[in-house]
Structures are given as structure tokens and as C-alpha cells.
Design a protein around this ligand. Structure first.
Ligand SMILES: C[S@@+](CC[C@H](N)C(=O)[O-])C[C@H]1O[C@@H](n2cnc3c(N)ncnc32)[C@H](O)[C@@H]1O
Length: 209
């Protein structure tokens, strides 16, 4: 497996950096949306970073596999979530995981879709490992729907925090995420933009039978 080099640099304090870029009010809003998802069953998280969302979802899940492509993120998440008995942390590439078909009740991608080069391949892998009717949860920050000055200030905070964005970065919209879900074998229950000054696409879907 090739080595992840962009995000790995921020493993120790990714959550704090991201909160600075997004703003704590909007970060709380999106976190509430994730925490409001109940009865998650057996969960697979792709691109878990340093474990923020697996920790948030753990009380609502039977078990969570928190996965990431970065060795540094995997190590940091293991450290941060070591006291959560229902979370296992593993290194996986979201384009090609080692899991069986129809294994999970829920797959989660948070702040992943807008930074990877092949969104379709990641969704197809999610569909493969989800049970028929299984739940897909997507959240991705975006500049769509943001005011001019909010966009400019956020870009400044991003550059100061992370430097140049990865080449594959893109600005998703509710429409592009809806289309992506429909093209990769999902039905769509909800797609919307969350946030006030910063925005995030929030989508809930189900794996078609
Ligand atoms: C922007 S961070 C988001 C982390 C976390 N989901 C959060 O919101 O706090 C994106 C994460 O996706 C991981 N990643 C990038 N490409 C990946 C791939 N092909 N497979 C799995 N993880 C990947 C990175 O290592 C990084 O930890």
C-alpha cells in the first residue's frame, strides 16, 4: 500500500486544526448531526482521521471499525480511543478494503469525499461491504453556499493551517453528492447543506437491494 503523506502530518492535532478552519459553532452543528444518528449497528468508518467521529458515534453503535489510509492517523486514533471497547482501529484504503461483502449495517465518510481522487470508487466499495438496505452517512465541508467574505477568511485559515489543498480536493454540492449516491447503487433519504458561515454537505442514503 502506498504511503499517505498529506494528512499524516496533522495526526496529533487534526481535530483542533479542523475546528479552527471551520469555526467552533459550525463544527458543533455538524457534530450534532452525526451524534443524532441512532442504532448504527455494525459500523465501518472510512478516513477516520484521528478518531473524532468514531468517538462521537460509539455510544450509538454495536461496534465500529475506524479505518484510515494513514499510519499516523491509525496510531493516533488507537491512542485516543483506547478506552472505547466497541471501537477497533485498522489501516484500510477506502477504494479497496479487505472486508467481506454485505458485512456492515452502516458506512460513514466524514470529510473524505471532497479530498479523494475517485469518489465513485469509494462509494462502490461502501456499497459492496454494506448489507442490502444498509445506511450510508456522508458529511463533507464545502465552500458551496458560503458568502464571499466567509469563503475568503476560511480559505485563509485553511492555507495557514494545512498549506496548499491536495490536488484531488473538490467543492461538493448537495446535487453532486445526490447524483453520486444514485449512480453507485444507493437510494437517497436526505441531502442538505448544514452550517451557518461554514457549510457542509450532509447526506443519508441506503444501499439498494
Ligand atoms: C480531511 S481528513 C478527515 C478525517 C476525519 N474523518 C475527520 O473529519 O475528522 C481525511 C482523512 O482521510 C484519509 N484518507 C485519504 N485518502 C484515503 C484513502 N484512500 N483511504 C482511506 N483513508 C484515506 C486521510 O489520511 C485523512 O485522515
Amino acid at each position: 500500500m502506498e504511503k499517505e503523506i498529506y494528512w499524516s502530518r496533522f495526526a496529533a492535532d487534526f481535530e483542533e486544526r479542523n475546528t479552527y478552519v471551520v469555526g467552533s459553532g459550525d463544527m458543533d452543528r455538524v457534530n450534532q448531526a452525526v451524534a443524532s444518528q441512532k442504532n448504527l449497528g455494525d459500523v465501518l468508518e472510512f478516513g477516520c482521521g484521528n478518531g473524532t467521529y468514531s468517538k462521537l458515534m460509539a455510544p450509538q453503535a454495536d461496534h465500529i471499525r475506524a479505518t484510515d489510509f494513514s499510519d499516523e492517523m491509525v496510531t493516533e486514533t488507537r491512542k485516543r480511543l483506547k478506552n472505547l471497547e466497541n471501537v477497533t482501529v485498522e489501516k484500510q484504503n477506502c477504494f479497496e478494503t479487505t472486508y467481506e461483502e454485505n458485512q456492515f449495517d452502516t458506512v460513514v465518510m466524514i470529510n473524505l469525499l471532497h479530498i479523494i481522487p475517485n469518489t465513485r470508487l469509494a462509494l462502490k466499495e461502501a456499497k459492496r461491504v454494506l448489507k442490502p438496505g444498509g445506511r450510508m452517512i456522508i458529511l463533507s465541508f464545502t465552500t458551496k453556499g458560503m458568502g464571499f467574505w466567509d469563503k475568503l477568511f476560511m480559505l485563509y485559515r485553511y492555507l495557514k493551517t494545512y498549506g496548499k489543498p491536495p490536488e484531488s480536493a473538490q467543492h461538493l454540492s448537495p446535487k453532486s453528492v445526490r447524483d453520486l449516491l444514485l449512480r453507485t447503487g444507493f437510494t437517497v433519504d436526505q441531502v442538505s447543506l448544514l452550517g451557518t458561515r461554514s457549510k457542509a454537505v450532509w447526506a443519508l442514503g441506503k444501499a439498494s437491494d
